[in-house]
Write a protein that binds this ligand. Structure first.
Ligand code: PLP
Length: 381
C-alpha cells in the first residue's frame, strides 16, 4: 500500500464533501452579512440562512420553522433536555427517561439535571445494544417530562425502536426527543410520519463542517431557550448564525439523501466484506450485533489485544479507527455502551470501532484485514 490514509472513523467525523465545501466557500466569499441587519448585505445572508433551512426541512419532511440551527449535536441535545426540563418543571414534571447507552451529550446533561433535583430513569440495554420499548412504557409516570432515546448508537450502530417509543410517548402524552446524530444522512427520516417532538442532528457527521447542527422542535412543543441574547432563531438560540456552515449543512444533507439508496447498497457490501474479514482473524468477536443497525459502524474485540495500542499501531500503518467513540477517547473509563450490553471488561478493553465510508476500495479493505491480522498476532505475543 502507498502512503494513502485509510480513514475508517466516519462515526467520529467526516470529511466535508466537495459540494458542501463549495456552498460554504461561496458563502464565506460573497455572503458575509449578519442576517439580523436590515440592509442589503444582511438580507442576502438572511436569504442564504432561510434557504438552507428550507432545503434541510424538505429532506426531513418538516416545516422549516421547526428547525433551529445550533453549533452541533452536543448543543442540540442540551437544548432539548434542558429546554424541556426548564419549561415543564413549572408544571411539576421533573422526571426524564433516557437510555444507558446514550452519547455523553445526553447522559451528562441528565446527570446535571439529576443534581438539580430531576429524577432520571436510565433504561437498560439488552445484549445487542437496544432499549426495550416496554421498559419505557412502564417507566412513564404523571411526572415524566421527556423521554430521550437515541436513533442509532455511535459505538455499535444499533438502531433503537424509535417509532415504537414515539408511539408510546404519544399515547401517554409525553414528549419524545431522539438524538439522530449518527442516523441522519444514513437512513431516511420522515418527520411527517415519525412520532418525535425533538430531534438532534450534527453537520460534521454527514459531510458538512464542524460548528453546525440543528434541533427539530415540533410546532407547539413547550420548550425554553438555554442561551440568552439576541432574537436569532426566533429567540430559541441567541447568537449570530453560522451562515457558511448552514449552507454547507444543507448541501450535505441534500446530497446524502439524493444518493442514499446507492450509498446504502455500497456501504453494506463494504461492511460485509470488512466484518467477515475481521471475524476470520482468530479471537475476534463482533460487538455490533443488533438486528437493525447502521451498516457503517462495525465494532469488534480482538481477544487479548489492548484497544488503544491497536488503534495507535493501526495509525502507524495509515489506518485510522477508534477504540469506542472519539468523544470518550480521552476518557480511560471502559465504554459505557459495551458495559451496558453486559460485555466483560477484557472484551470491552479490546474493542475497536471501524466506521468506513463508500470511498474505500476492495484492495484497501484487504490491506486493513491483513494488517489487523498481523498486528493482533504481534500484540498477543
Ligand atoms: N450524539 C451522538 C450519538 C454522537 O455520536 C455525537 C458525536 O459523536 C454527538 C451526539 C455530539 O455531536 P457533536 O460532535 O456535533 O457535538
Amino acid at each position: 500500500m502507498n502512503n494513502k490514509i485509510i480513514y475508517l472513523d466516519n462515526a467520529a467525523t467526516t470529511k466535508i464533501s466537495p459540494k458542501a465545501l463549495e456552498a460554504m466557500t461561496e458563502c464565506l466569499k460573497n455572503n458575509f452579512g449578519n442576517p439580523s441587519s436590515i440592509h442589503r448585505v444582511g438580507s442576502m445572508a438572511k436569504k442564504a440562512l432561510e434557504t438552507a433551512r428550507e432545503q434541510i426541512a424538505e429532506e426531513f419532511r418538516c416545516d422549516p420553522y421547526e428547525l433551529y440551527f445550533t453549533s452541533g449535536g452536543t448543543e442540540s441535545d442540551n437544548l432539548a433536555l434542558q429546554g424541556i426540563a426548564k419549561s415543564l418543571e413549572k408544571q411539576g414534571k421533573n422526571h426524564i427517561i433516557t437510555f444507558k447507552a446514550e452519547h455523553p451529550a445526553v447522559l451528562n446533561r441528565c446527570l446535571e439535571l439529576e443534581k438539580e433535583g430531576f429524577e432520571i430513569t436510565f433504561a437498560p440495554s439488552d445484549k445487542t445494544g437496544c432499549v426495550d420499548p416496554d421498559f419505557i412504557k412502564n417507566a412513564v409516570t404523571s411526572k415524566t417530562a421527556l423521554v430521550s432515546v437515541m436513533f442509532a448508537n455511535n459505538e455499535t450502530g444499533a438502531l433503537q425502536p424509535v417509532k415504537q417509543i414515539g408511539e408510546i410517548c404519544r399515547e401517554k402524552g409525553v414528549l419524545f426527543h431522539t438524538d439522530a446524530v449518527q442516523a441522519a444522512g444514513h437512513i431516511r427520516i420522515d418527520l411527517s410520519e415519525l412520532p418525535v417532538d425533538l430531534m438532534s442532528v450534527s453537520g460534521h457527521k454527514l459531510h458538512a463542517s464542524k460548528g453546525i447542527g440543528l434541533l427539530y422542535i415540533k410546532n407547539k412543543t413547550p420548550i425554553s431557550p438555554i442561551l440568552y441574547g439576541g432574537m436569532q432563531e426566533r429567540s430559541m438560540r441567541a447568537g449570530t448564525e453560522n451562515i457558511p456552515a448552514a449552507a454547507a449543512f444543507a448541501a450535505a444533507v441534500k446530497e446524502s439523501y439524493q444518493n442514499l439508496d446507492k450509498q446504502t447498497e455500497s456501504i453494506i457490501k463494504i461492511s460485509d466484506k470488512l466484518t467477515n474479514g475481521l471475524l476470520s482473524i482468530p479471537g475476534t468477536q463482533l460487538n455490533s450485533i443488533a438486528r437493525n443497525k447502521l451498516p457503517n459502524i462495525i465494532n469488534v474485540s480482538f481477544d487479548g489485544v489492548d484497544s488503544e495500542t491497536m488503534v495507535l499501531m493501526l495509525s502507524l500503518k495509515n489506518i485510522c479507527v477508534s477504540g469506542g467513540s472519539a468523544c470518550t477517547a480521552a476518557d480511560s473509563k471502559p465504554s459505557h455502551v459495551l458495559s451496558a450490553m453486559g460485555l466483560d471488561l477484557p472484551r470491552i478493553k479490546s474493542a475497536v470501532r471501524f466506521s468506513p465510508d463508500t470511498d474505500i476500495s476492495d484492495e484497501e479493505i484487504d490491506y486493513v484485514i491483513r494488517t489487523c491480522r498481523e498486528l493482533t498476532e504481534k500484540l498477543k505475543k
